[in-house]
Design a protein around this ligand. Structure first.
Ligand SMILES: Cc1cc2nc3c(=O)[nH]c(=O)nc-3n(C[C@H](O)[C@H](O)[C@H](O)COP(=O)(O)OP(=O)(O)OC[C@H]3O[C@@H](n4cnc5c(N)ncnc54)[C@H](O)[C@@H]3O)c2cc1C
Length: 495
């Protein structure tokens, strides 16, 4: 039974979950004249697994032909350059190098080469000397390598935020802090309940990541399960540069692609991830043991890595389905309920290709799709002050002085860029950090966070006590001590 008395909405399509999959689908469907809504439980999109991964745009040679992972990874990889250009998102096609350290590993390299070649993936087998010429910091124990030059690196959160921004510009609705808590099916419609609304939808797209099995169960659909598998990652300071140019892979293990050395699209070096089954979908803790394994694994590829340059760590949870593959299909039990689930790696790479498939699937299921002639694929250009030539910086500051005020000193992020991010949809300190990197540098926000909180407060027209790090319950300022003095109070209750 759904609750009575909540606000009502009726839509053609409701997407549950604003990760890379849900936001990609939202943008794709905003190309059509649809009444479309995306419901996200967090304060911003992209805060599930999408914000906590390696950011690699895989080439596809790792995946087994015939699987959905292979199909969508290969197709997704091809879509990234154009997508990131349209949305002005940082993306580098810097290539992937798989290092072999003995003859047995060389035979696996050979099989990747053949797999890649047969699928039309750009792959090349390198001798030890050729690999070391490209990446001089690789281990001397190297025997050879596979080079896949179509592999790349992207900022996953930035991409999800950009996809959603573009979808909203093209007419999609976004409801944040709106967890789906209940669902029902009646007269061919699906009803979704959030704490404030009951939404009636002809079609529902379940893109709820690690929770997609629980969303399915709300509809009485329980034919798949999702097991969380955690991956820890460790990020180096931006100044620790030029260690490797390409993402370096070992030969994979049975459960993961192994521990990698990753130059991110923004230039930081990163090492990870682990791959450990975990009991909870919310287990985002990093650990001494995880760090030890990652450092050992990464140093077996690049021995010179200096752990004192690490500035941050995080963990993400993979949504591993009991099928061992992605689930991209209509529910066999609930007509009009489309599951996009089990998106473990390479789900980030695959997301654009999965999304591109959705309109056709909906149409086949009876959804009328009329193209929106005014669809605009482009996002307004993003100003990245630190990347501009001096002359352009000077001109910009003259026109708009807020770009002359550096708020985040570690990453050289200006007030103008922070205000831009808020106008594009950022609502929290983490939303600013992930969009424009303010607070992502060596001091991790120690200096700039209070300044950013003030800007958020001013721009959103809310008291600073309501500014949060990552949504309700993560307020940083509980009361202003000076107010206590002027009001003569001594406790929080006086504010
Ligand atoms: C450590 C690690 C490294 C990885 N590296 C790579 C890589 O390099 N390349 C690659 O291609 N893939 C990689 N992946 C996989 C990739 O991150 C995922 O495939 C992808 O992020 C999944 O996106 P998603 O949208 O399905 O899930 P999510 O990003 O988790 O999105 C689901 C969304 O649903 C929301 N939600 C959940 N329940 C509800 C509810 N009840 N109501 C409303 N909203 C709800 C969540 O808040 C979340 O925002 C990695 C994964 C991990 C963990």
């Amino acid at each position: 039974m759904l609750a009575q008395g909540k606000r009502k909405k009726a839509v053609d399509v409701a997407i549950i979950g604003g990760g890379i999959v849900g936001t990609s689908v939202a943008r794709e469907l905003s190309k059509y004249q649809l009444n479309l809504i995306l419901l996200e439980k967090e304060a911003e999109v992209g805060w599930g697994t999408t914000k906590a991964n390696s950011g690699i745009v895989h080439a596809g040679f790792h995946e087994v032909p015939g699987t959905l992972k292979h199909k969508y990874c290969f197709a997704g990889n091809k879509m990234f350059p154009r997508l990131c250009e349209e949305l002005d998102v940082s993306f580098r096609q810097n290539g992937i190098l798989v290092a072999a350290r003995n003859e047995e590993e060389m035979s696996i390299i050979q099989s990747y080469y053949e797999n890649g070649k047969s699928q039309g993936i750009n792959v090349q087998v390198l001798s030890r000397d050729e690999a070391l010429a490209l990446e001089p910091n690789l281990t001397p124990a190297l025997t050879g390598a596979l080079l896949a030059s179509d592999g790349g690196s992207v900022m996953p959160f930035e991409l999800a935020a950009a996809l959603m921004e573009n979808a909203v510009e093209n007419g999609a609705q976004l409801m944040l802090e709106s967890p789906v808590i209940n669902a029902a099916v009646c007269d061919g419609f699906k009803y979704i309940e959030t704490p404030t609304h009951v939404i009636r939808a002809a079609f529902v797209i379940n893109a709820a990541g690690v929770y997609s099995d629980e969303i399915a169960r709300l509809f009485g659909d329980d034919y798949f399960t999702i097991q969380p598998r955690k991956g820890e990652e460790y990020l180096f300071d931006l100044s620790y540069k030029n260690i490797v140019s390409r993402t370096i892979f070992p030969i994979p293990t049975k459960v993961s692609k192994g521990i990698l050395v990753i130059p991110t699209s923004e230039g930081n070096l990163m090492i990870g991830p682990t791959s450990d089954d975990c009991g909870s979908k919310e287990d985002l803790d990093t650990s001494a043991d995880g760090f030890k394994r990652i450092l050992e694994g990464a140093r077996s590829l690049v021995p010179c890595l200096d752990p004192t340059k690490i500035i941050a760590q995080f963990a993400g949870v993979r949504a591993t389905s009991d099928r061992g593959d992605f689930i991209v299909e209509f529910s066999p039990n609930v007509p009009g309920l489309l599951h996009l689930a089990g998106m473990e790696s390479p789900g980030l790479t695959a997301a654009p290709a999965i999304a591109a498939q959705v309109p056709g699937m909906l149409e086949e299921a009876g959804c009328e799709l009329i193209p929106q002639v005014n669809f605009n694929p482009y996002r307004k250009d993003v100003i990245r002050f630190r990347q501009l030539p001096r002359k352009k910086q000077a001109l910009l500051v003259e026109k708009k002085p807020a770009y002359g005020k550096v708020i985040c000193r570690c990453e050289t992020i200006t007030e103008g860029e922070i205000v831009d991010a808020i106008r594009r949809g950022a609502r929290t300190l983490d939303g600013i950090k992930f969009r424009v990197r303010a607070g992502a540098g060596r001091c991790q926000g120690g200096f700039c966070e209070p300044l950013i909180a003030d800007i958020l407060s001013r721009e959103l027209g809310i008291p600073v006590t309501q500014v949060t790090k990552r949504g309700k319950g993560s307020e940083l300022v509980h009361y202003k001590s000076k107010e206590l003095l002027t009001k003569g109070g001594t406790s929080r209750e006086t504010v």
